[in-house]
Design a binder for this molecule. Structure first.
Ligand code: AMP
Length: 563
């Protein structure tokens, strides 16, 4: 049994050490010195967490509860505690000072005990677990009582660490990378295996215990488990579609949806949803749970996708709206009606007991298509495998037109690499460099947009001649409502019309995002914008503020140097 005092002493030494190799050695010694049942707890504690990040358990202690518990344990007021926090700027130090005052001034709870007992690491953990379990009426008082018990039993070396752990603010400079290396060192397991184990289980405590008990072989045997989220595969930004395509023989192109990531675990009718941060968000999204139950035909599955909130025009709503859904704890069903979500599935990592992460994207997608029945609320996203640049550009333009972020360019032969931001998933979205340009003309739209001005001609300024030189047209970045408003506004500025073409009085400035500036003989400026998109109507800017042809030329040269 290891005492919490020994753990606190080890933390102090680690905290005061600067080199990461020395720190790793100290953490490895600590891991090596504790018993198997203490190891997962210590692994989480050194990283400042009490339960693994993915766990639904949380201590639920904020500064308010902590200060009340400290005040009670020290026999002073909460105000005194707040003053100490202001003076020291540090909660750990505050706890030590507050409880030192007590030991000088008054008899303590622990001094009445016949034998002053030493807190063990597991005892502290169990108290935190008790605290995490209380809910409802009286929970605050119960949390305070439990903390007070810990403070009354602790020595001054320990109270600071207990306080910081309680509010999950213990930061002694030990992160995932250092813990990975310490586990590798302590139990003689290659660091890559520890890393892989962590990516699959998302639980360093479990990896440490597995390494201690079964060495490298056992760590390599760690795999996916239903209802325990795995780290998500991530995407790297690509400077251009061309360079992305040149790295892959053929690429799988998908829209990059403007929504929020969801990892889905289906175990029969039991469905659990995790957010991008792998927090359990099941209760906030009952509509998605229902769709998965109904339309994913698999006994067990782990799926990856993006939830999108669509407006009346089929365009994605603001990200804040999605967050409203993800964070909702009460009135969930009314928010679900107000902000319906559509789930776009793009990957599958596990199906009917089979781990699929080593399979190629092509194979995984085949299996994904085989088990998902498309519906309005849930579907497998469209994917095109190609190496044709024009086709990719077309999909990119469509995605932007649809109000989404851009495209994903994926290697069809690649495995699912949890937690990796590698070259197998590339994302292409417009660089958020913007130009303020003058609107000099417009064009009447097509189809349902015939009575709307659907595209706007943009110009920069030539200081030498005083003229405005066209640099392209913008036709994306606005909703139908915005187009209606813009059409109304620009109707007053029409100078002349010829067919669909409209010449406008040059008065309005658009802030436009784009992917790159190209040389072009189509426009008088000699330049054109690739994938221009309206970001803002700059009411605050006037004709004098628009970009000059010199600046655009300079940006073009800079861009060439960078690529
Ligand atoms: P970013 O957030 O810019 O790093 O881009 C990666 C994110 O794009 C992922 O975490 C997903 O949430 C999101 N995303 C949208 N559509 C897709 C897709 N088709 N494939 C993978 N990720 C996607």
């Amino acid at each position: 049994m290891t005492s919490f005092r020994e753990f606190a002493q080890a933390c102090k030494v680690i905290e005061e050490t600067s080199g990461s190799l020395d720190m790793t050695a100290l953490v490895a010694d600590l891991f090596d010195s504790v018993t198997p049942d203490e190891l997962p707890v210590v692994t989480h504690f050194v990283m400042g967490e009490i339960f693994p990040a993915w766990s639904y358990e949380e201590v639920g202690v904020g500064a308010g509860i902590l200060f009340s518990a400290l005040a009670k344990a020290a026999g002073i007021s909460v105000k005194d505690i707040e003053e100490l926090v202001r003076d020291t700027g540090d909660i750990g130090k505050t706890a030590v000072l507050a409880l030192n005052k007590k030991s000088k001034g008054q008899a303590t709870f622990s001094s009445f005990l016949e034998e002053k007992h030493e807190l063990s690491i597991l005892e502290v953990f169990e108290r935190f677990r008790d605290i995490s379990k209380v809910s409802g009426k009286g929970s605050q008082a119960s949390k305070i009582k439990n903390l007070q018990y810990l403070f009354n039993s602790a020595s001054s070396e320990e109270v600071g660490y207990i306080s910081l752990l309680a509010i999950e603010e213990l930061r002694i400079g030990v992160g995932e990378g250092l813990v990975r290396d310490a586990i590798a060192k302590a139990f003689d397991v290659p660091s890559e295996d520890v890393e892989r184990g962590f990516m699959l289980t998302n639980d360093m405590g479990l990896v440490a215990t597995t390494a201690k008990e079964g060495g490298a072989d056992a760590v390599r045997g760690l795999g996916l488990k239903l209802n325990r989220p795995i780290k998500l595969m991530l995407a790297q930004i690509t400077p251009s579609v061309e360079s992305a395509l040149s790295d892959m023989e053929e690429a799988a192109i998908e829209w990059k949806f403007d929504g929020a990531r969801v990892q889905i675990h289906k175990d029969g009718d039991n469905v659990i949803l995790y957010s991008r941060r792998l927090e359990d968000i099941t209760h906030s999204l009952p509509d998605i749970v229902e769709s998965v139950r109904k339309f994913v035909h698999a006994d067990t599955a782990i799926l990856d996708g993006e939830a999108v909130a669509i407006d009346g025009n089929g365009r994605p709503r603001a990200f804040q709206d999605i967050l409203k859904r993800f964070r909702r704890k009460h009135d969930v069903s009314s928010t679900a009606k107000e902000i319906p979500l559509t789930l776009n599935l793009f990957d599958i990592m596990y199906l009917n007991g089979e781990n699929l992460i080593e399979e190629s994207l092509v194979k995984r997608r085949e299996l994904l298509l085989s088990c998902v029945e498309n519906d309005t609320t849930i579907h497998v996203d469209a994917q095109v495998v190609t190496n044709d640049l024009e086709e990719v550009d077309r999909i990119y333009t469509e995605a932007l037109k649809g109000g989404h972020e851009g495209i994903m360019i994926k290697n069809p032969n690649s495995p699912y690499s949890p937690g990796k931001r590698g070259k197998n998933w590339l994302k292409k979205k417009p660089v958020m460099e913007t130009l303020d340009l003058l609107v000099i003309g417009a064009e009447w739209g097509y189809g349902r947009r015939t009575s709307l001005m659907g595209s706007y001609a943009l110009a920069c300024h030539d200081n030498q001649t005083g003229r405005f030189l066209p640099v392209g047209k913008v036709a994306t970045g606005f909703s139908d409502e915005q187009l209606t408003e813009l059409t109304e506004m620009f109707s007053e500025l029409i100078v002349m019309e010829s067919g669909k073409e409209i010449e406008l009085k040059p008065e309005v400035v658009f802030e436009v995002a784009f992917e790159e500036i190209q040389k072009s003989s189509n426009y008088e400026s000699g330049y054109a914008l690739r994938f221009p998109r309206l970001v803002n109507i700059r009411d605050d800017k006037s004709v004098e503020d628009v970009e000059t042809i010199e600046r655009i030329g300079e940006m073009y040269r800079l861009q060439r140097e960078r690529s």
